[in-house]
Design a protein around this ligand. Structure first.
Ligand SMILES: Nc1ncnc2c1ncn2[C@@H]1O[C@H](COP(=O)(O)OP(=O)(O)OP(=O)(O)O)[C@@H](O)[C@H]1O
Length: 593
């Protein structure tokens, strides 16, 4: 929980908070007390003020609100409000009444943690979670005992729905899709359909008892909710099959496909709440302007491929030396790239200010470094997640597993070292900072050949200014001398870049373990680069890459052809395979992150 003073300061921020109280929204007084005492929430945010009364009314709802605006409590509070009113009281034998579907393990744990706090005074409502990678039999035992509010990742949930006969869900009333668009992007669409079928919660279908499917009538009053900061046309199908006459919150009328039957702004101010006449397509494909926190400072840095690594290290050094206490998250495209950079940054020693032995043995980046990706052991992921949450000053290197929903407090800067691809991912990655009205910076690395990506972001209402990298490089003294280089032909020729690159390359070449990590990272990075899809293939063209320069960005000295040949082979083979399987269109996100 944050300090009371910080919370008070935030409370006065009218862009973030509404001018009403939680109790005025209709929430039970004990729940309002919990929000205040356990969470430190004095007043609702705008999205909470708008959505909580609508969700309390029992309607199906689609919520689109910027990252870090409090969507989690928006859906949890009304559900808890209703559950604590049940008479007789809910018992464990009632099984699951509410199901929260999330895309990642970390988000699963985070939502579960919030539930534990909110349910402190409602001990008869039991929270729980199930997710891939956990011990199935332990989960089975927990399900058998009964979990009132269950947070789950889709694959594992489907597994238990199909195989765990003691999983009681006949009284299920709520299904929530948190980060709905991401759940679909990860390829869970089919699993979701099956889940809805098994739960008898699919709209426009007559539900019969068949096998392990259950019977449910409309009177059972299911209420389903879909939430994200980037609700777009991709969730149309999910909205169609899971929502009935949904109310839309935070979506601009002109971007919706379906004509609203009426619209009201109520007493809650400027944002729209729109009720829809029917459950046809709800979002048009032009609905692609994403809301970003207005205080977020967004920049890009243009770096030639061969100098990317030096650029990254220099920027990180500057960030942590400028402000000792801060948290930074850097995003990479693959697990191997995270592993390589994690080891490099944790071990690389060099002091550019002196030639003395002792000083040369100083770590270049002297901060705590963490890593997070999908190939790590479950236990390690959990430890990292908790450790980085509590750290005051640290650097987290991650794949997109950390891009969605995670609420690490006080992250000051987001670095996207590898491009996020889709604009939605850009929005969620930068959304790990500048949360709830706090300050935040973001920096996107682009090679000169990728600069058109800025136009792609512009189409989604995202605009960035350039970061002065050259000025930063000039500011580093090299062996006691400053290097202000006039008429520099290219950034690669800057003395600081040359010197650091040379030191990095000799470090890697003398450490076989590091060299192996670098080669693996290089190969998977190129593979990920070829996996961009649609319009983005025009911007991130593997043909435009100079593989020798890519190798340099992993501090590899090898002849480009040596490493490059095998990668070209792999890339071609992969593309052929994709064509054959008709998979060319689809980017395999899960294998990368
Ligand atoms: N009413 C409130 N008062 C103070 N803090 C709040 C309030 N509501 C939420 N918060 C805090 O704001 C932060 C962001 O909330 P949350 O993670 O729910 O945002 P989100 O909109 O779901 O973000 P994302 O889109 O990134 O998932 C959390 O630290 C949460 O504890």
């Amino acid at each position: 929980m944050e300090g009371r003073e910080a919370m008070k300061e935030k409370k006065n921020s009218p862009e973030v908070f509404a001018s009403c109280s939680f109790s005025s929204l209709g929430l039970h007084p004990t729940l309002c007390d919990q929000l205040k005492e356990r969470m430190g929430f004095e007043v609702p945010t705008h999205v909470q003020a708008q959505a909580i009364p609508v969700i309390l009314s029992g309607r199906h709802v689609l919520v689109n609100a910027a990252t870090g605006t409090g969507k989690t409590v928006t859906y949890l509070a009304p559900i808890i409000h209703h559950m604590q009113k049940y008479d007789p009281r809910i018992q464990r034998s009632d099984g699951t009444l509410a199901l929260v579907l999330v895309p990642t393990h970390e988000l699963c744990m985070q939502v579960y943690g919030i539930l534990q706090k909110l349910l402190h005074r409602f001990h008869w409502i039991v929270p729980g979670y199930i997710m891939g990678g956990e011990n199935r039999s332990k989960e089975k035992a927990r399900l058998r005992k009964g979990i009132s509010i269950l947070v789950a990742t889709p694959g594992r949930l489907l597994d238990h729905l199909q195989k765990t006969s003691s999983f009681v869900r006949t009284k299920l009333r709520w299904i929530i899709f948190d980060e709905a668009d991401r759940i679909l992007e990860l390829g869970y669409g089919k699993a979701i359909k099956e889940i809805l079928d098994i739960l008898g919660s699919r709209q426009n279908m007559s539900v019969k008892k068949e096998g392990n499917k259950i019977s449910r009538t409309p009177e059972a009053q299911m209420q389903n909710l879909l939430l994200s900061a980037t609700l777009n046309e991709k969730v149309n199908h999910l909205a169609q099959i899971s929502l009935e006459n949904p109310v839309m919150i935070g979506l601009d009328k002109e971007k919706m496909l379906t004509k609203p039957s009426y619209e009201h702004t109520g007493s809650l101010g400027s944002e729209r709440i729109v009720e829809l006449e029917h459950s046809g397509n709800v979002l048009s494909s032009s609905n692609d302007e994403y809301k970003l926190p207005p205080q977020l400072v967004q920049r890009y840095v243009k770096v030639p491929c061969g100098s990317r690594l030096v650029g990254l290290l220099s920027i990180l050094k500057n960030l942590f030396e400028r402000e000792a206490s801060q948290k930074v998250v850097a995003f990479f495209s693959t697990c191997d790239a995270v592993d390589f950079h994690y080891s490099l940054l944790s071990e690389f020693q060099w002091s550019p200010t002196s030639q003395s032995e002792a000083e040369l043995r100083q770590l270049f980046i002297q901060y705590k470094i963490y890593r997070l990706h999908g190939n790590m052991k479950h236990e390690d992921r959990r430890t990292t997640f908790h450790a980085f949450t509590t750290e005051k000053s640290a650097l987290l290197l991650s794949t997109d597993v950390a891009a969605r929903g995670l609420d690490f407090p006080k992250v000051r800067c987001i670095i996207q070292y590898d491009s996020p691809g889709e604009a939605t991912e850009y929005v969620h990655r930068v959304g790990r900072t500048a949360r709830l009205g706090e300050k935040g910076d973001s920096l996107l690395f682009l090679q000169p050949v990728e600069i058109d990506y800025l136009q792609d972001l512009e189409k989604h209402g995202v605009s960035l200014t350039e970061y002065p990298l050259l000025k930063l490089l000039d500011s580093f003294p090299l062996y006691g001398r400053m290097h202000h280089v006039k008429n520099l032909v290219s950034l690669e020729m800057h003395p600081w870049v040359l010197s650091l690159q040379k030191t990095l390359e000799s470090f890697i070449s003398t450490e076989p373990r590091m060299k192996k990590l670098a080669k693996n990272a290089f190969c998977s990075w190129v593979r990920a680069y070829t996996a961009h899809r649609g319009e983005l293939k025009r911007i991130f063209m593997v043909k435009k890459l100079h593989l020798g320069h890519v190798a340099k960005s992993f501090a590899l000295k090898e002849q480009p052809s040596l490493v490059g040949k095998s990668v070209h082979k792999q890339t071609n083979k992969r593309m052929q395979n994709q064509k054959q399987k008709g998979l060319a269109k689809k980017r395999k996100v899960s294998s990368i992150s």
